[in-house]
Ligand binder design. Structure first.
Ligand code: SAM
Length: 390
């Protein structure tokens, strides 16, 4: 009997500002998540649900299994609490255990000491149970996190491996690409749905339009990659079952109006490569074009974009000019809603409009604002009106 055969508490990491999106995704997958605490959301499930969360969640950072929780005010109590867990139900004799630590408002705060005590306790328990004098650690990897909050330790096992933003389609990086998970969260925070036209006028390597098309085609974003939990010796082999579920859900003939434009031909080349790798090249239009020349004959479309910001990409005067021109371009679009993420503090001033909503989000640790400028809602039966003219 391994821990993976029973009921599990599953913990999903969500970046600051997007917890509600991840919670909504979990509900849509059929789970009953609890509240978000320190960027983590829990729900109950079994090992299939662990893999489903990895494969289907679009905005989450990673998925962990909660192993145990105990009070730990001293290194002795930390050692005893870690030792007490049945590690042989998780780690095989040759498994390689890597321990990571976090501490907040706790007596124990020296992370390397916490890591080393926890690792010793796990190794001792494994050696005692397997009757070994040393551990080979030549097998698959098990990433354990010891998280101390208010003197309570929680032990979790990572099941994702590489972060969930790594979908597998973005093999080449452009200038300041946005994380795939954040791009998807921004789309899910917007009023866009696959029946409405979509444009990213600063698409760079294509992340936002590709994520939109993946939503439109209902492609699970983890379909094209593997996860560390698939290699766990004691875990049931459920990948085929989850993969089959994901494949059946793909809408192969989705009719989408998703476009991305960028002034840089190399960025658009990359975006095209990425769209092909993601399996959405048939329903994303990507083109070299100055944002100033972007227009649309459709009404009620949505822009979600990550325009240049920060001195690394542009000087401040050019940025102000660019934002002003972006505001003018958008003013010509009929009832479109616009969403932009930037760390530039006076974005609204140069864009020429006050946002209807502003939300704080983090793009690779940089604090940004996500501005929403709302157009009118499409009338009922707007599908007909929105359909491309032939
Ligand atoms: C922050 S990057 C966008 C990154 C993109 N979200 C990604 O994931 O790769 C901003 C992009 O704006 C483009 N850009 C700058 N000025 C532009 C203009 N006038 N028209 C269109 N694109 C422009 C740059 O070439 C760059 O690719």
């Amino acid at each position: 009997m391994s821990v993976f055969d029973g009921k599990l508490t599953i913990e999903v990491a969500a970046a600051s500002g997007i917890e509600a999106v991840v919670k909504r995704e979990l509900v849509a997958l059929g789970y009953a998540p609890g509240g978000a605490e320190f960027g983590r959301i829990r729900f109950e499930g079994n090992f299939v649900d662990v893999l489903r969360a990895n494969v289907f969640l679009r905005a989450a950072g990673r998925v962990r299994i909660v192993l145990s929780t105990f009070a730990a005010q001293t290194f002795d109590s930390l050692f005893d609490g870690v030792y007490a867990y049945n590690w042989h139900e998780v780690v095989p004799p040759k498994g390689r255990v890597v321990v990571n630590a976090k501490s907040r408002s706790s007596n124990l705060f020296a992370l390397s000491a916490i890591q080393s005590v926890a690792k010793k306790a796990i190794s001792k328990r494994l050696m005692d149970v397997y009757r070994l004098s040393s551990l080979e650690e030549s097998g698959e990897r098990y990433d354990i996190e010891v998280s101390l909050v208010n003197n309570v330790a929680t032990l979790t096992l990572d099941t994702s491996g590489e972060g969930l933003h790594k979908r597998g389609y973005r093999t080449y990086l452009g200038d300041a690409p946005i994380r795939e998970t954040l791009a998807s969260a921004m789309l899910q925070l917007s009023v866009w749905n696959p029946s409405r036209p979509f444009i990213d006028p600063f698409c760079g390597s294509g992340t936002i339009p590709i994520e939109a098309a993946m939503i439109g085609k209902n492609i699970a974003c983890g379909m094209g990659r593997s996860f560390s939990c698939e290699k766990f010796s004691f875990a049931p082999k459920v990948r085929q079952q989850v993969q089959q579920e994901a494949e059946q859900l793909v809408i192969r003939d989705a009719k989408l109006r998703v476009s991305g434009f960028d002034i840089d031909p190399n960025a658009v080349k990359l975006a095209l490569k990425h769209a092909r790798a993601a399996g959405v090249e048939d329903c994303v239009h990507l083109q070299v074009c100055d944002m100033r020349k972007v227009s649309s004959r459709f009404k009620y479309g949505v822009i979600v974009t990550n325009p240049p910001y920060g001195e690394r990409l542009m000087d401040s005067d050019s940025l102000k000019q660019l934002y002003g021109d972006f505001g003018k371009m958008v003013a010509k679009l009929d009832e479109w809603s616009v969403y932009a993420i930037t760390s530039f503090p006076a974005f609204e001033k140069y864009f020429g409009r006050r946002a209807d909503k502003v939300r704080k989000l983090y793009n690779s640790e940089i604090e940004c604002n996500f501005y929403a400028f709302l157009g009118a809602k499409p009338p009922k039966r707007s599908d007909d009106e929105d359909r491309p003219q032939s």
